[in-house]
Design a binder for this molecule. Structure first.
Ligand code: HEC
Length: 179
């Protein structure tokens, strides 16, 4: 209702109100008079947890819905192909995955995304083959990959090159903090 961007959602969660309200004397007085206030979660949540919450609230409230036609198509495709059933609402992550490295299926929007996906060609590998040739040679990663309950399915034959490209455009635009 009040948050107009992902930045403002983040400020609500971290600070309890957008920075612009906290810096405005009239708005701060109004906040001080309120019986119940949104608590500030800055000290209670990790950077990753806040990232995931911002992505979740933004997705549910449809803040930052893509204006770009290709990005909008990519997001619709990701939904239609079932990506969100494992990668969370709008790719916000956090679906439990017992015996996996982090305990959860990662999302597309958080700060750690680039550890797993450096560029579009690695993204293609994940989607088409369900793996990353860069990471599968890492002994710790492959140890967990053998044990984790849910694995990334290979979509080869199920998704076209052009569709993978559209999903990538959407992820890149959704990751842009100005959205
Ligand atoms: C059956 C559940 C499932 C479905 C459906 C699924 N994924 Fe995954 N995906 C996973 C798991 C599990 C991983 C592995 C994460 C790890 O442990 O490294 C993964 C990894 C990834 C990664 C790399 C890690 C990251 O940053 O998220 C990308 C990118 C990805 N998937 C994209 C997709 C896309 C796009 C779709 C839809 C076309 C999709 N996935 C559908 C379960 C799934």
């Amino acid at each position: 209702m009040y948050a107009e961007s992902r930045q403002e959602i983040e400020e609500f969660i971290r600070l309890g109100a957008p920075r612009s309200w906290l810096e405005d004397p009239a708005a701060s007085r109004r906040l001080a008079d309120q019986r119940i206030r949104m608590p500030a979660y800055d000290q209670l949540l990790s950077v990753d947890e806040i990232d995931n919450l911002v992505a979740f609230v933004g997705a549910v409230e449809r803040v930052g819905a893509p204006d770009d036609a290709t990005a909008a198509r990519g997001r619709d495709l990701a939904r239609a192909k079932g990506c969100f059933s494992c990668h969370g609402v709008d790719g916000s992550g956090g679906v439990p995955n017992p015996s996996s490295l982090g305990g959860f299926i990662p999302g597309f929007l958080g700060a750690n995304f680039t550890d797993l996906v450096e560029d579009e060609s690695e993204f293609r590998e994940w989607v088409l083959d369900g793996t990353s040739t860069r990471l599968e040679t890492n002994p710790i990663v492959s140890y967990f990959w053998r044990r984790q309950r849910v694995a990334m399915p290979a979509y080869r034959g199920e998704i076209s090159d052009d569709e993978v490209a559209a999903v990538w455009v959407w992820i890149e635009s959704a990751r842009d903090p100005s959205n």
